[in-house]
Design a protein around this ligand. Structure first.
Ligand SMILES: O=c1ccn([C@H]2C[C@H](O)[C@@H](COP(=O)(O)O)O2)c(=O)[nH]1
Length: 847
């Protein structure tokens, strides 16, 4: 048997195998007729087909097993999942160890539905040798073209272009379209791949040559591109590059831009006949478009990103100020015909390229004089009301529940922006000032070198949403407020931050986020932001972002300053102080900072000592400022957190300086604030002329704080621990001692028997397993029912286990002497719990 025969026979078997495998499954697709005839003929299975018809395997297949010659039955077309179909078929094939041969490829190719499996399952059997040869040819041409494009230079272009694939189409009738399509694709890929994010001028010129020479002179290229619906994009590219070439000719650019947008009407005409009615082929056009859309979308998106990158690199300042709004708006209109989440997102990207203020300017343009003034610099919308319609449509679409919060947010953001701009007074003055302040790229300038003054364009920079910066409310150069209403940062930024950081957490984005967060902080909208983030389910991400950005950055900045060997010189100190002012602008922000887990982490990284050393410096620095007594008191109190400032050198300096410059600092009482002895020799009225006056009250008595801490220390002296003796003393709000304890073995556990060491490799041979902590003992030894509202004086900052007991017993304040384990996990956890539970803690020293 010939090889061919074998194969045919095999095919038939395979078809039956598939039939068996898919028996009783409803058909996924239902067009029959010529395709079926063709299949039966090609695969030589008419006999088997007849067999099958006479003994149908399932009722559901019956209706499909018709006369091969009969006209196509009207079977409802159902949505088939191509991947599933392919999988099913492949599964059936693999089960029988089928080697792909004549049923060469089973793929989903909606526009090349040629053959049909007679068993009701639509598969795409590409066994057409001619078609295989065709794709081979296309592939090789594609390869060839790509190679040529890759090697093309401005010098060899003339020679190279002669060999370009699309210039040597062998069979115009049948192959041209495919080859041209392939070429268009290659040209696009090559051109767009060549565009780096920051293209240099030579690249731009080089690509310009490629495009203009390679594309512009070839009419058929445009025909193809029209079919591909990519011509708008292509024209934009073309115009952009022409613009580079002749960028002084604004009017020409303007004209070209507008004429390129008129090509949109050709798309319209494909959907409608001359009378505006939908044409018969509308469905197929939609399918064609839908198929082409993705490729087109991907490319145009890259293009838009490219435009934005040019904008950012100042190369395209001219085109963006001369805004190709109409083109973009038309493009949006096109995409709106196929509303989907993906398209909406894309539309948002496009919208963010629209220079709204300029558009609004256009809307409000009354006189022709104004219009002509404006048109010198900006493209005018040929149909301004279209934008309004579009925006309404987009708004409505975004309300669909299937639209993700992120896209909804983007739409809302843009709508708000637009609304706000519309409400602004964009009058002649504004227009003039825009025109006046719009930077000009002069002929001969190298794009990258163009100097553009920051903030001089009154409007939203057409930067794509991905890198959207929230415009700062700074006044523009004319002194007027920017024509953008203020934003409600929290609600607008939360989802933005939440979603965008996921995609892109590069430095630039981090920087932007940091700016946003900083503003949010300044506006005191933190809680709202958190609420919004929570509501929008981006809270976690937001937290992560926050962690990554503002506090870390600030902390790092401070570390950088600290690591600077020149720390003490005034400049470094001022820098640090500036960062700290932000951190310590209020007591609230300080607490808030402590709440932020990342800050605690950052603080740990910083090492407490360095951090608080800076606090001390900050305090010193603040002395140079005009501070109110209250502020001084606050600053002074802060320095008293000696637990946080273990560098007495700095601490002492700042405290002394503060004290000296704040003579009226109110010391609230000896327990709560500065822990200084009320009675000192200098003001001790017991002494007069060096002799003690025994008729007067003694004033250098022990203050409460020292007294209770003294009791704790006294109790510690009972401890048998050879290394650390801890004592604790619990005191009521009325200063009554209600519990005392020290660290020791539990009752009944002989402290001569149990271990006091801590170095044994066996955990059970170390003291930690057995010792009852001082805090625990003090709590257990209490002589009152409840400890609610009590204070605890303890020699050592409590560990996490003790913190739990403290919190649970209702103690509200912990006063400690030593923080030697401060940076150990147990103390970190302890602080976290105490903070969360609202138990205050402070370090004191005894006089
Ligand atoms: O909050 C605390 C923490 C520790 N202790 C006791 C437990 C031990 O007896 C010592 C610590 O011994 P080291 O050798 O310093 O590790 O302090 C406590 O009572 N309360």
């Amino acid at each position: 048997m010939s090889k061919e025969k074998n194969r045919t026979q095999y095919n038939r078997d395979v078809l039956f195998q598939i039939g068996g495998a898919l028996k009783d499954r409803p058909p996924v697709y239902g067009s029959m007729g010529l395709g079926l005839q063709e299949t039966i003929r090609t695969l030589d299975i008419s006999k088997s087909y007849e067999d099958l018809r006479s003994k149908p395997r399932s009722k559901s297949l019956m209706k499909y097993l018709r006369d091969p010659g009969a006209s196509s039955p009207s079977v409802p077309i159902r949505q088939a999942d191509p991947a599933k179909v392919a999988m099913e078929v492949n599964k059936a094939l693999t089960k029988r160890s089928y080697t792909p041969g004549s049923l060469a490829s089973i793929s989903w190719r909606p526009l090349s539905i040629n053959y049909m499996c007679p068993l009701g399952v639509k598969t795409y059997v590409d066994n057409d040798a001619a078609s295989a040869a065709k794709s081979d040819l296309i592939r090789s041409k594609e390869k060839e073209t790509r190679k040529i494009f890759e090697n093309v230079t401005t010098d060899n272009y003339e020679t190279m272009k002669k060999t370009l694939a699309f210039l040597s189409v062998p069979d115009r009738e049948t192959k041209e379209d495919d080859l041209l399509n392939a070429t268009v694709a290659v040209v696009f890929d090559v051109v767009l791949d060549g565009l780096t994010t920051q293209p240099d001028w030579t690249t731009v010129q080089h690509l310009h040559v490629k495009l203009l020479e390679g594309i512009g002179k070839r009419e058929c290229f445009w025909e193809v591109s029209a079919k591909l619906k990519e011509h708008i994009t292509l024209n934009v590219v073309k115009v952009m590059f022409q613009c580079y070439h002749e960028y002084s000719n604004l009017q020409k650019f303007e004209k070209e831009l507008i004429s390129s947008s008129s090509s949109c009407s050709s798309i319209e005409s494909e959907f409608c006949d001359g009378n505006g009615n939908k044409s018969k082929s509308v469905e197929s056009t939609r399918i064609t478009y839908a198929k082409l859309k993705y490729r087109s979308r991907e490319r145009s998106l890259r293009l838009m990103q490219f435009i934005a990158s040019l904008y950012n690199s100042q190369l395209l300042r001219l085109t963006t100020t001369c805004n190709s709004c109409q083109v973009i708006v038309d493009f949006i209109a096109l995409h709106l015909q196929f509303p989907s989440e993906q398209n909406l997102e894309y539309i948002c990207e496009l919208l963010s390229l629209v220079n709204f203020p300029r558009l609004v300017g256009d809307f409000k343009m009354k006189t022709s004089e104004e219009a002509s003034l404006h048109s010198v610099r900006g493209a005018r919308l040929t149909n301004p009301s279209l934008l309004q319609d579009l925006l309404n449509q987009i708004s409505t679409l975004s309300l669909n529940p299937s639209v993700s919060p992120r896209v909804r947010f983007c739409v809302q953001y843009l709508m708000n922006l637009y609304k706000n701009i519309c409400q602004c007074d964009v009058n002649e003055d504004t227009t003039r000032s825009v025109a006046k302040t719009t930077p000009l790229v002069k002929a001969g300038d190298k794009g990258g070198d163009t100097v553009v003054t920051k903030g001089e364009v009154c409007g939203l920079a057409p930067v794509p949403l991905m890198s959207l910066s929230i415009p700062s409310p700074s006044p523009c150069s004319s002194g007027r407020k920017r024509p953008i209403a203020s934003f409600d940062y929290p609600y607008e930024t939360a989802p933005f931050i939440g979603s965008h950081i996921k995609v892109n957490a590069d430095t630039q984005v981090a920087q932007e986020l940091e700016d946003i967060l900083r503003k949010v902080v300044q506006m005191d909208k933190k809680s709202e932001l958190n609420a919004a983030a929570k509501q929008l389910n981006v809270h976690q991400t937001f937290r992560a972002v926050e962690k990554k950005t503002i506090w870390k950055l600030l902390a790092h900045e401070i570390v950088k300053q600290l690591e600077n060997p020149e720390l003490d010189p005034p400049q470094a100190t001022t820098n640090i102080a500036n960062f700290l002012t932000e951190l310590f602008c209020s007591e609230e922000s300080l607490n808030w900072l402590a709440e932020v887990g990342s800050f605690i982490e950052a603080r740990r990284n910083l090492q407490t000592s360095s951090m608080w050393r800076v606090v001390a410096i900050h305090c010193l620095t603040t002395l140079n400022q005009m501070l109110t007594p209250t502020q001084l008191t606050e600053a002074l109190k802060r320095t008293e957190r000696r637990d946080l400032i273990p560098l007495p050198k700095y601490f002492a300096g700042s405290v002394n300086a503060l004290r000296m410059s704040a003579p009226k600092v109110q010391v609230e009482n000896d327990m709560d604030s500065l822990n200084v002895n009320e009675g000192t020799v200098s003001n001790n009225c017991n002494y007069q002329n060096g002799t003690k006056d025994l008729s007067k009250k003694r004033v250098d008595f022990l203050n409460w704080s020292d007294y209770f801490m003294g009791v704790a220390l006294l109790s510690a002296m009972r401890s048998k621990d050879p290394i650390t003796q801890v004592g604790a003393c619990i005191v009521t709000e009325e200063n009554k001692i209600v519990g005392i304890g020290y660290n020791g073995m539990p009752s009944g556990c002989d402290d001569d028997e149990f271990p006091w060491g801590k170095e044994s490799e066996f955990k059970t041979e170390n003291k930690y397993m057995y010792v009852c902590h001082a805090e625990m003992n003090a709590i257990l030894n209490k002589i009152v029912g409840q400890l609610n509202g009590c204070r605890m004086y303890v020699a050592l900052f409590p560990c996490n286990e003790c913190a739990k007991l403290i919190i649970q017993s209702g103690i509200k304040d912990v006063i400690y002497l030593s923080n030697k384990n401060w940076n150990q996990d147990s103390c970190i956890a302890s602080r976290r719990m105490l903070d969360a539970a609202g138990v205050t803690y402070r370090c004191v020293s005894i006089s």
